[in-house]
Design a protein around this ligand. Structure first.
Ligand SMILES: Cc1cc2nc3c(=O)[nH]c(=O)nc-3n(C[C@H](O)[C@H](O)[C@H](O)COP(=O)(O)OP(=O)(O)OC[C@H]3O[C@@H](n4cnc5c(N)ncnc54)[C@H](O)[C@@H]3O)c2cc1C
Length: 454
């Protein structure tokens, strides 16, 4: 069977990988840029190769390990040296207690000794938490903010959980789908085994991983592997249209119209929507309604003394309640052994959340100056920038609104009907934006193409 994959980010590459596992398919992958990897991208700052987007993936999903094992690159895996976070609130840095489940308390001390909250907030939060346990009444709906407030109250939700869970998603947890954004917390609240325990891939690994040569190594290894299987990988080849025919699907790119039996679309939701507009108008409209946040990632090599920061701390989170452009700071040398320099400290500074777009209007030098002012205040030290890079990621973070999963089921079912199951979807807007979840959607799409799943 001839199958096209559109999009050469991790979702498209993983889809091509899973298709090649059955040996029945001749796969062609189309990528619009001159490189593969999409949001997985690295470049040098101060002579060190540093990711511009994602720098780690969670190790709890088995599908990505199928790829890692097939590529024979397990021995290249590395894990963050530090995994503790600080929260900056009321002009001070506070440790997150250890033993939380995605920020949610599992013991009294997580509230009573939690210095992120004021003494009064701790008492109010504790009372709320105990009364929610005594009432044993489940929160309804799929709005994560509402659910968490129901169990733990507003102060803890806004000052601890929102920077942590919302920070990962570049948006508030209020108005976020609980099923997609924090399934571990839902499991915990329902007294179930946590997802991270259920999905462990055989051996127990630290929760996050990357590779000695960074995440780009996975992309390079995967594209080499695909070429060795006979997959045709076309870079610099944007797809501009799709047409279903009696026999399959026609893919339009530049001047050429190529016919395939089936297609996997692994492009961002807004472009997938454009491609589907004439084939499946209802799914296209639903995909178009998905909102996205734009973020900026500013990476600096800077001189300065951070010896007052515990080496176990990999970063600082800044709650939405604080008036800063900075949303998070990764302390490079504490996190990755490869992000170390004799000359200074590597910091990655994130800015921007859903509907917070002021950072996008600033030129890179102004943004850098502004962020460095904030960073020095937050970290409590003077710093001088030696080298820097500002990466703008427009419309890059998917907003998973309540009942997103149900909307995606509708999209998939309708698309299967309207395309006669000739088109499948993979990508970060379906089940969650983490790299392993993208890989999971790719495996599912490949299995459907191969009729292994109906
Ligand atoms: C700043 C940032 C930090 C992140 N941090 C993490 C993290 O630490 N851990 C984690 O797990 N996830 C993280 N993520 C999320 C993760 O990076 C993404 O969800 C994931 O990489 C998306 O992969 P994808 O293949 O679905 O999409 P993309 O990477 O967007 O790939 C889509 C591809 O489709 C191509 N394309 C688009 N239009 C066309 C066309 N017309 N024809 C052909 N090709 C086309 C694009 O060029 C692109 O290569 C982060 C994201 C960002 C932006």
């Amino acid at each position: 069977m001839k199958v096209a994959v559109v999009g050469g980010g991790i979702s498209g590459l993983a889809a091509a990988f899973f298709l090649t596992q059955t040996k029945e398919h001749q796969v062609t992958l189309y990528e619009k840029d001159n490189r593969l990897g999409g949001k997985i991208r690295a470049s040098e700052v101060g002579g060190i190769l540093i990711e511009e987007g994602p720098d780690a993936f969670v190790t709890r999903s088995p599908e990505i390990f199928e790829i890692i094992e097939a590529l024979g690159v397990e021995d290249q895996l590395i894990h963050p040296l530090a995994n503790r976070a600080l929260i900056y609130r009321k002009k001070a840095l506070h440790h997150l207690p250890t033993g939380l489940t995605l920020g949610f308390p599992t013991a009294n001390k997580h509230i009573l000794a939690n210095k992120i909250l004021t003494p009064t907030e701790r008492i109010v939060t504790f009372a709320k938490w105990r009364s929610a346990q005594a009432r044993n009444q489940r929160a309804r709906g799929d709005d994560l903010g509402n659910i968490l407030e129901h169990y733990i109250g507003r102060s803890y939700t806004n000052n601890v959980l929102d920077p942590l869970i919302g920070g990962i998603n570049a948006a508030s947890i209020h108005g976020a789908s609980a099923q997609i954004t924090a399934p571990q917390v839902l499991d915990l609240l329902q007294g179930l085994q946590s997802v991270s325990q259920k999905e462990q891939p055989g051996k127990l690994l630290p929760p996050f991983a990357s590779f000695t040569l960074g995440l780009d190594f996975l992309i390079k290894s995967l594209s080499q592997y695909l070429k060795s299987t006979g997959t045709i990988v076309l870079t610099d080849t944007p797809v501009s249209g799709l047409r279903t025919t009696d026999h399959g699907v026609e893919v339009v790119s530049r001047e050429s119209h190529d016919s395939f039996d089936k297609v996997i679309l692994a492009t961002p939701s807004y472009f997938t929507s454009t491609l589907l507009q004439s084939i499946a108008p209802e799914p296209a409209a639903l995909l178009r309604s998905i909102r996205r946040a734009s973020v900026t990632m500013t990476t600096v090599l800077a001189s300065g003394d951070l010896s007052h920061i515990d080496p176990q701390v990999s970063g600082v989170l800044v709650p939405r309640t604080q008036p800063y452009f900075t949303t998070a700071i990764t302390i490079g040398p504490n996190k990755w052994p490869t992000w170390r320099s004799e000359e200074g400290v590597v910091l990655r500074i994130s800015s921007g959340r859903l509907e917070e777009r002021a950072h996008l209007g600033l030129d890179p030098e102004t943004l850098l100056r502004l962020l460095m002012g904030e960073v020095q205040e937050i970290l409590g030290t003077h710093m001088k920038v030696i080298d820097h890079r500002v990466t703008s990621w427009e419309e890059s973070f998917v907003r998973f609104s309540p009942y997103h999963r149900q909307m995606v089921s509708k999209v998939r079912n309708k698309l299967a009907q309207e395309s006669d199951s000739k088109i499948e979807l993979a990508g970060s807007y379906l089940l969650g934006s983490g790299i392993p979840t993208c890989v999971k959607t790719a495996k599912l799409a490949a299995a459907k193409i191969s009729n292994q799943i109906t």
